[in-house]
Ligand binder design. Structure first.
Ligand SMILES: *[C@@H]1O[C@H](CO)[C@@H](O)[C@H](O)[C@H]1NC(C)=O
Ligand SMILES: *[C@@H]1O[C@H](CO)[C@@H](O)[C@H](O)[C@H]1NC(C)=O
Ligand SMILES: *[C@@H]1O[C@H](CO)[C@@H](O)[C@H](O)[C@H]1NC(C)=O
Ligand SMILES: *[C@@H]1O[C@H](CO)[C@@H](O)[C@H](O)[C@H]1NC(C)=O
Ligand SMILES: *[C@@H]1O[C@H](CO)[C@@H](O)[C@H](O)[C@H]1NC(C)=O
Ligand SMILES: *[C@@H]1O[C@H](CO)[C@@H](O)[C@H](O)[C@H]1NC(C)=O
Ligand SMILES: *[C@@H]1O[C@H](CO)[C@@H](O)[C@H](O)[C@H]1NC(C)=O
Length: 572
C-alpha cells in the first residue's frame, strides 16, 4: 500500500514539474517582494485588545490565494485557467512551503501577525485541502512502520513568521516610523504648522458633529479632531462594517470625508519628503519608506547571490504608513497618479517583481543587466482584483519596466543603509540604539552597495544584543537555542559581509523575542505601530508643550515622553 502511494506520489511530482517546466514563457520572475497592509481589525480606541476580525482574516486569505494563483500555480492552477505562466516565480515550491524560499516579516501586534497567518493559509493552503491531496507526502510523513502521518487540520502548513517587537532592530523594516522619536516630533510640528492648523480649523465643525454621531461615550470630545484623523477614520470604517447603529447615524459622505482627511494627514506626516528632522534632507517623515527600501534591495540581492535559490518571495505585513512613505519616495504620488496620495485599503499589497525577459526554459540565472523590476499595486482584497502595474520614479508609462540597475541606483538614493543611521536620524532611545553616536551621521547618500554601510551599526548593535541576551538570561528568560548554522538562519541580507550581522541575528534575536514577551501585558498587547491608542489623548498636550518651545531640548524630550509612554524595552 505504502509503496503504491509513494510510486503515485513520485509519478505525480514528475508530471507536475514537467507541466510547469514545459510552459514556454517570454519572461521569468525571479523574486517578489510584497508589503501587505493588515486586515480589518478592532480599532485602537475601543477597549478590547486589537485583534484581526474574521472578515479581516477572510480578506487576507483571499489576497494570499490571489498571490498563489499568480506566483505559484499560474496556468497549472485548476482554479483559474486564465492565469498566465509568465508570473510564476521560478522554481518556487508548488505545494510544500519552503521557509528559505518564502520569508515573512510581520509587525508585533496580533492583528498584523494574524493577517500574515491568514494570508499564508491562502498562499500555501493545507496540503490535503489541495486538489491532488495525499500525493505530496515527503520523507517527513513516513513512519518507520510504513504508515503515513499528516499534520492536523488537513495537513495544515506552519509558516515561519518573523514578528519583530519594538525592542528588535528588525522592527524598523516593517514600521520604520514606529519608535522613531524624530518622526513623532515632526508629526507634532506638522500639527502645529500653519498648514496643519488651517486644516484643523476648517474641520473643527465637521469633527464636532462626528463626535455627536459616533463618538459619544467612546472618547472625549476634544480628542475628535484632525490631529487624530487616522484613528477616527479607522474607527468609523470598522463601525460601518460591524455596528448597525453607527452605520445608521453616520452618512456615507461623512465617512468619506473622514477618510479623505485621514489620507491627507497620513500623507502630510509620512509622504512629505521635503520635511527634515535633525539633518537637512533626511526625509524624516518618509522614514518608513527609507527602511523598507533597504529590505527590498537586500532581498533582491540575496536572490541574486544564491542564483535564485533563496528569497524568492519576501512578504511583509504592517500598517499603511510604509506604503504611503514608499509611494512618495518612488514618486508614485506626484504627477502620475493622485490615488497614491490616499492610504491603501486594509489588505492592500505593494508588490515589486524582479524578472528577466528570458524564457523560463532557460535554466541559467540572468546577468544583473538583464534583470528588471516592475511595481504593482493591488488596492483591494478581492480575488478578482488585477495586479496593476505603475511606473516608478516618475518615468513615462512606456518605460514601465525599470532595469534593475536603475532601480537600485534610485532606491540607493533614498534608503537608510543601516540600523545605526536609523538610530541617529530618529534620535532614538530604543535599546538597540544605545551606543550609536549622532556625530557619525552622514546625510542620505546614493549607495548601491548595502554591504559596508551596515558594518558600523553591526558592531554596535551586536554589542547591545549580547547585553540584552545576558540580561534576559539573568532574568531567567529561556532563550531559544538556534540549531542551524548562521547561513540558514533566516533573514539574512543580500551580502555575505560582516556588515550583515545586524540583519541576521541568531541567539540575540531570540533573546529579544523573549524580552518582548515579557512586556506583553495589556500595554504591549495594545501597542500600535504608530502610537498607542490612549496615548493619543496625551498627544495634544505633548504637542502644546513642544509647540511652546520647539527649540528647547528639554521640552522636546518631555513631549516625546508624553507622546509615547509605552516602550517595550523598558520592561527588559
Ligand atoms: C479540483 O479539480 C477538479 C477537476 O480537476 C476541479 O473541478 C475542482 O474545482 C478542483 N477543486 C479545487 C478545490 O481546486
Ligand atoms: C505506526 O507508528 C505510529 C506512531 O508510532 C502509530 O501511531 C501507528 O499506529 C503505527 N501503525 C501501525 C500500522 O502499526
Ligand atoms: C456602536 O456605535 C455607537 C455609536 O454610534 C456606540 O455608542 C456603540 O458603543 C457602538 N457599539 C459597539 C459594540 O461598538
Ligand atoms: C512639507 O513639509 C514642509 C516642512 O514642514 C512644509 O514647508 C511643506 O509645505 C510641506 N510640503 C507639502 C507638499 O505639504
Ligand atoms: C486605494 O483605495 C483607497 C480607497 O478607495 C483610495 O483612497 C486610494 O487613493 C487608493 N490608492 C490607490 C493607489 O489606488
Ligand atoms: C537573456 O536575454 C538577453 C536579451 O534579452 C540576452 O542578452 C541574455 O544573454 C539572456 N540571458 C541568458 C542567460 O540567456
Ligand atoms: C536626542 O535625544 C537625546 C536623548 O534622548 C536628548 O537629550 C536630545 O535632546 C535629543 N535631541 C533632539 C534634537 O531632540
Amino acid at each position: 500500500m505504502y509503496l503504491i502511494r509513494l510510486a503515485v506520489f513520485l509519478l505525480f511530482q514528475f508530471s507536475v514539474s514537467a507541466v510547469a517546466q514545459d510552459m514556454e514563457t517570454s519572461e521569468t520572475v525571479w523574486a517578489v517582494f510584497a508589503f501587505n497592509v493588515h486586515g480589518d481589525s478592532i480599532p485602537d480606541i475601543l477597549p478590547q485588545p486589537r485583534t484581526l476580525s474574521p472578515i479581516g482574516a477572510q480578506n487576507l486569505y483571499d489576497v494570499g490565494s490571489a498571490f498563489r494563483n499568480r506566483y505559484v500555480m499560474g496556468a497549472a492552477s485548476n482554479v483559474d485557467e486564465t492565469a498566465s505562466p509568465d508570473f510564476l516565480v521560478k522554481d518556487l515550491a508548488q505545494h510544500r512551503l519552503n521557509a528559505d524560499e518564502v520569508k515573512i516579516y510581520s509587525g508585533w501586534d496580533q492583528h498584523v501577525q494574524a493577517s500574515a497567518l491568514a494570508f499564508m493559509q491562502g498562499f500555501y493552503p493545507p496540503i490535503t485541502g489541495q486538489n491532488d491531496s495525499f500525493l505530496y507526502v515527503d520523507d517527513t510523513y513516513l513512519l518507520a512502520n510504513g504508515s503515513i502521518a499528516t499534520s492536523p487540520l488537513n495537513d495544515y502548513q506552519y509558516p515561519r513568521i518573523y514578528a519583530a517587537g519594538a525592542a528588535d532592530p528588525n522592527s524598523i523594516y516593517v514600521s520604520g516610523q514606529g519608535d522613531c522619536e524624530m518622526h513623532r516630533i515632526s508629526e507634532l510640528q506638522y500639527q502645529y504648522s500653519p498648514e496643519g492648523q488651517s486644516v484643523e480649523d476648517d474641520t473643527a465643525e465637521f469633527y464636532s458633529s462626528l463626535y455627536d454621531q459616533a463618538f459619544e461615550g467612546v472618547v472625549d470630545a476634544a480628542w475628535v479632531s484632525y490631529a487624530n484623523a487616522m484613528e477616527i477614520s479607522e474607527y468609523l470604517e470598522y463601525g460601518y462594517v460591524h455596528n448597525a447603529s453607527l452605520q445608521g447615524s453616520v452618512t456615507a459622505s461623512d465617512l468619506q470625508r473622514a477618510r479623505v482627511l485621514a489620507d491627507q494627514y497620513a500623507f502630510a506626516t509620512n509622504g512629505n519628503v521635503s520635511a527634515s528632522g535633525l539633518y537637512e534632507g533626511d526625509m524624516i517623515r518618509a522614514i518608513a519608506g527609507r527602511t523598507l527600501a533597504r529590505l527590498i534591495l537586500e532581498s533582491f540581492e540575496e536572490n541574486m547571490e544564491t542564483q535564485g535559490a533563496s528569497s524568492k518571495m519576501t512578504l511583509l505585513f504592517g500598517g499603511p504608513e510604509p506604503i504611503v512613505a514608499f509611494s512618495a519616495l518612488a514618486q508614485l504620488a506626484s504627477s502620475m497618479n493622485s490615488n497614491f496620495y490616499g492610504r491603501p485599503v486594509p489588505g492592500a499589497s505593494l508588490i515589486l517583481e524582479m524578472f528577466s525577459m528570458n524564457s523560463s526554459l532557460d535554466p541559467t540565472y540572468p546577468d544583473i543587466s538583464d534583470l528588471y523590476v516592475r511595481f504593482i499595486f493591488r488596492n483591494s482584497t478581492s480575488t478578482n482584483e488585477e495586479f496593476t502595474q505603475y511606473p516608478l520614479f516618475g518615468m513615462s508609462p512606456s518605460l514601465i519596466d525599470t532595469p534593475f540597475l536603475e532601480f537600485s541606483a534610485a532606491l540607493g538614493g533614498v534608503l537608510l543603509p543601516s540600523t545605526e543611521e536609523w538610530c541617529n536620524t530618529c534620535n532614538s532611545s530604543s535599546i538597540f540604539c544605545v551606543g550609536s553616536s549622532p556625530s557619525e551621521i552622514k546625510p542620505a547618500k546614493p549607495s548601491l552597495s548595502l554591504a559596508g554601510a551596515g558594518a558600523i551599526g553591526a558592531a554596535v548593535t551586536l554589542g547591545v544584543m549580547c547585553l540584552v541576551g545576558i540580561i534576559g538570561w539573568l532574568c531567567g528568560i529561556g532563550i531559544y537555542r538556534k540549531h542551524k548554522q548562521l547561513k540558514d538562519d533566516g533573514f539574512k541580507g543580500g551580502t555575505k559581509l560582516e556588515g550583515d550581522r545586524d540583519v541576521a541575528f541568531t541567539s540575540p534575536r531570540n533573546g529579544l523575542f523573549a524580552g518582548a514577551v515579557m512586556g506583553s501585558g495589556r500595554q504591549a498587547a495594545k501597542s500600535h505601530e504608530r502610537t498607542g491608542s490612549w496615548e493619543m489623548k496625551n498627544k495634544r498636550r505633548s504637542a502644546e508643550i513642544s509647540q511652546e518651545r520647539l527649540d528647547g531640548e528639554d521640552e522636546i524630550e518631555e513631549a516625546t515622553a508624553n507622546a509615547e509612554p509605552v516602550k517595550v524595552h523598558e520592561a527588559v
